[in-house]
Design a binder for this molecule. Sequence first.
Ligand SMILES: NC(=O)c1ccc[n+]([C@@H]2O[C@H](COP(=O)([O-])OP(=O)(O)OC[C@H]3O[C@@H](n4cnc5c(N)ncnc54)[C@H](OP(=O)(O)O)[C@@H]3O)[C@@H](O)[C@H]2O)c1
Length: 152
Amino acid sequence: MTVQLYTGAAMPLIGLGLWKSKSEEVEVAIKSALSVGYRHFDSAMVYGNEKEVGLALKSAMKEMKTSSVLLIRFQVQRKVVAIPKSVNPGRIAENFQVFDFTLDEQDFNTIKSSLPKWRVCVAAKKGPDNKPIVGEDGRPVPRDADHPFYAH
Ligand SMILES: NC(=O)c1ccc[n+]([C@@H]2O[C@H](COP(=O)([O-])OP(=O)(O)OC[C@H]3O[C@@H](n4cnc5c(N)ncnc54)[C@H](OP(=O)(O)O)[C@@H]3O)[C@@H](O)[C@H]2O)c1
């Protein structure tokens, strides 16, 4: 159950209190709360644990994501259109949960470095340099050659 704030945001009626929670205690507390359904965490600068609360939320959010979602987020974050196919209602919902977290530079680069440097293009013909060729104004041109992620 939620209450609607004047901003239009919906705030869950039960949240986890964090006043006087020690910095070294908040990670376990937040992960336990998230695992049973809490989505509201009270915080304030005066609590002195905001940094740890933020880090715990960030870490927990990532742990809750599947590798499929991390890969879709990776593509979205580098502005590549992702079209994950699924006929499974659970996976269709899961694959859309990519806008409530961000991959930091380290995670982003870890995924990037694990990808092979190739992409798949469907083309009937190939040019002399083995790149897929399409017709443009009657001229043969390499398909997607100008794309920043084209594997030259
Ligand atoms: N217009 C074009 O020229 C063109 C060309 C190529 C592709 N496409 C589009 O791109 C889409 C994707 O193509 P693709 O080749 O990447 O798809 P794909 O490999 O044929 O299908 C994706 C597979 O991943 C599974 N899956 C989806 N979400 C998952 C998740 N969260 N965890 C585990 N498995 C998951 C799906 O199974 P379930 O269905 O059982 O979930 C499906 O077996 C196509 O459906 C099409 O719409 C368009």
